[in-house]
Design a binder for this molecule. Sequence first.
Ligand code: UDP
Length: 315
Amino acid sequence: MKRVLITGAAGFLGSHLSDRFIKEGYHVIGMDNLLTGNMANIEHLFPLKEFEFHYHDVSKFVHVAGELDYILHFASPASPIDYLQMPIQTLKVGSLGTHNLLGLAKEKKARMLIASTSEVYGDPLVHPQTEDYWGNVNPIGPRGVYDEAKRFQEAITMAYHTYHNLETRIVRIFNTYGPRMRVNDGRVLPAFFSQAIRGEGLTVFGDGSQTRAFCYVDDLVEGIYRLLLSDTHMPVNIGNPDEITIKEFGEEVLKLVDNPKAHLVYRDLPKDDPKVRQPNIDLARKVLGWEPKVDRAEGLRRTYEYFKTVVERQE
Ligand code: UDP
């Protein structure tokens, strides 16, 4: 049985990845310090002998007993609100945490996959974003703590690949959504869904003309799984290229939730908020034979079911 360590296992993506690797017949070692993770996301895995959980902060020395075939580093605060509130932890998990895990991967002769992000492109001047674009990032702005940690993470991962011959994979993840997103993480989809369900104003930042392209979580997990097993050590974008303005996105959520009290309200645009974002996924198509399968209408329906239950339980 192959053994995989997944950091951030109690988080949104980490928990879906844990499910997938269990389903594929792996032994999964989940690790999390629960800074932004939620045990409810992985509670269903605890009865399984194929799953074990380690409560640990990967910014500190990481030890795992026994062999490891793969390490997936998904621990990090991941929403702009989170990294405003936890800037130092965000920098540490992307830098020190990545260094510790690369050391572990080298020791165990494991293949290491890191969760990078479209944020490495910053407020992009190339659109859609291809992997060979170097980005437009403000290192000292509010997003700098995340963006630069992730850029450093890519740099150190490539260095281990080059100098230590470590097998490494780099996925650049674009906006992803689905069940288990934290309701109050401040990101646009949880914000809009919870506001619409409660019959409040959906807080559109700026005039809502900025764009994003949203990928359903199952599609992302499939892309990551394929990338891990591929022989591609260069960064690969995984995301859904179906781009939409934030205002139109708010209107879609309003229509789906259909709460007569809900409506759009406008708030100041946060500093350094990227004006556009859309992945170019030609490389993923070519080297992984991957493209997203779940369109936004279907993905939003599935996600709404989740938020309905969680938001109503909170009331
Ligand atoms: N946004 C918004 N209202 C919210 C939260 C976010 O209009 O309540 C906007 C935000 O300004 C950005 C987009 O939605 O342009 C996506 O924001 P999110 O925080 O989800 O992630 P980002 O893609 O910026 O990292």
